[in-house]
Design a protein around this ligand. Structure first.
Ligand SMILES: Cc1cc2nc3c(=O)[nH]c(=O)nc-3n(C[C@H](O)[C@H](O)[C@H](O)COP(=O)(O)OP(=O)(O)OC[C@H]3O[C@@H](n4cnc5c(N)ncnc54)[C@H](O)[C@@H]3O)c2cc1C
Length: 403
């Protein structure tokens, strides 16, 4: 199998963005659902690991699409980028969904130990030994390349839940441990969406005909799939909470703490930030292995660490201050050592936010305008959310990417 490569630093991510820019219009709209396999994926950006770590920001990617194609031709691509913001906002307003997922996963992992039949089915699935055309190749690709095309993720999750009848949490965990772009919101909520837990009465059921057509005939699981499956029992999520407000930024000298959820420190300080704010010390930490009780694949951890190192190096140059990578246990000592108030990009619900909480030091999180605009609107379905896109395109500062 050809291993796709994924940018782990901003320079490579910008290169990918520039290369894909010309295809963000009609090419994308026409080709985004077709997955002809590794090495044949020119119609999707493969920017998700870079966007997930904000080596490039949503604003930069959308600005590129607008500049090259205009809002109409690039509409599909822009909508997909906003799916990310929708999921982030949806979870941010309902953090209990992440807690519930983790609790259910712990139970299902315990069941794996206690139920040999479940264990055998699970092992066949994750090792790509089910005999289902396509599914086994995607399991292998996930383990080797640490990425899957969006349509393959949908088919895989659907087959996992409805044909193999495995607990959805174990599939979501398998993805999270192996995806370079593994993200608490996009992954958990997409699995819930496939299962029928996001919208009452609506699940995503993979069909052999669709797989054969959209893989250019590479796979044809005719007769192998459960195509009449009912959605899993739907429990409405709790009502959205208001997005918690953040305190004002401290004035004067500060220390900056970076983490894997936001690695574009150059654009972090918002417009109108007090003139006196000066970054004097910089540190960063990443805990990619905290994605799951089972840790994560070594390649995934390596990627997160490389991205962090790149963010730290750029932050050091940008703010002209020393920048260092730390183990989480060392962060409190660093904070006490310089005695400055610590600002940090706000970490959305997930393992980094939990790790930040666990540091036990006062933090001043910074929320980007993009998140402040989008997240509070994720109260209902995506259809209602995406009606706001034209307003956001008009009101948000969409600066084109620069090195
Ligand atoms: C079961 C399942 C699990 C998923 N888990 C993750 C995950 O952990 N992390 C993650 O980033 N994406 C996840 N996705 C969403 C999507 O599959 C990937 O973002 C997309 O495949 C990335 O490929 P790309 O960069 O070529 O996307 P493109 O099609 O080029 O889209 C550009 C960007 O828009 C965003 N985007 C596109 N489609 C979606 C979508 N459906 N949901 C959210 N954002 C989207 C991504 O940031 C992507 O990089 C999941 C989807 C499913 C069905």
């Amino acid at each position: 199998m050809t291993i796709e490569d994924f940018p782990a630093d901003r320079a490579a991510a910008l290169h990918r963005l520039q290369a894909f820019g010309p295809r963000m219009g009609h090419h994308y709209a026409r080709g985004r659902n077709t997955d002809l396999g590794p090495g044949h994926r020119a119609d999707v950006s493969r920017l998700s690991p870079a966007l997930r770590h904000r080596l490039v920001t949503e604003a930069e990617v959308v600005a590129t699409a607008l500049r090259l194609h205009g809002a109409e031709a690039a509409g599909k691509f822009i909508e997909e980028v906003f799916w990310r913001s929708y999921w982030k906002g949806f979870l941010q307003l309902r953090p209990a969904l992440w807690d519930d997922y983790q609790a259910e996963l712990a139970q299902d992992l315990a069941r794996l130990e206690a139920e040999p039949e479940l264990r055998a089915g699970y092992d066949r699935a994750v090792h790509g030994a089910t005999g289902i055309a396509g599914f086994d190749a995607w399991a292998a690709e996930l383990r080797e390349a640490h990425w899957l095309h969006n349509h393959a993720r949908m088919w895989f999750a659907s087959i996992w839940i409805f044909t193999l009848r495995l607990p959805w949490t174990l599939g979501a965990d398998f993805f999270l441990r192996h995806l370079l772009d593994g993200d608490a919101a996009s992954n958990t909520l997409s699995w819930r969406w496939v299962a029928g837990l996001h919208t009452a009465g609506k699940a995503y059921v993979a069909r052999a005909e669709n797989i054969a057509r959209c893989t250019g005939g590479r796979f044809d699981p005719a007769g192998q799939l459960e195509e009449d499956a009912a959605p899993l029992p739907f429990l409405p999520p709790s009502a959205p909470r208001p997005l918690p407000g953040l305190g004002p930024l401290p004035e004067g000298p500060v220390a900056l703490l970076l983490h894997e959820d936001d690695l574009h420190p150059e654009s972090l300080l918002p417009d109108g930030v007090p003139d006196g704010v000066k970054v004097r010390a910089i540190a960063g930490f990443a805990v990619p292995q905290a994605r799951s009780p089972l840790g994560c694949a070594p390649g995934v951890a390596r990627h997160a660490w490389q991205a962090l190192a790149d963010g730290l190096a750029r932050a050091g140059r940008h703010f002209d201050a020393p920048a260092t990578g730390l183990a989480p246990e060392a962060v409190a000592g660093w904070a006490v050592g310089h005695g400055l108030p610590v600002v940090t990009p706000e970490a959305p619900v997930g393992w980094t936010a939990a790790a930040l909480e666990g540091l036990g030091i006062p933090l001043h999180p910074i929320r980007r305008d993009w998140d402040a605009a989008c997240w509070p609107e994720a109260t209902r379905g995506y259809f209602a959310f995406r009606q706001r896109i034209p307003d956001w395109l008009a009101s948000l500062r969409l600066s084109p990417a620069s090195a």
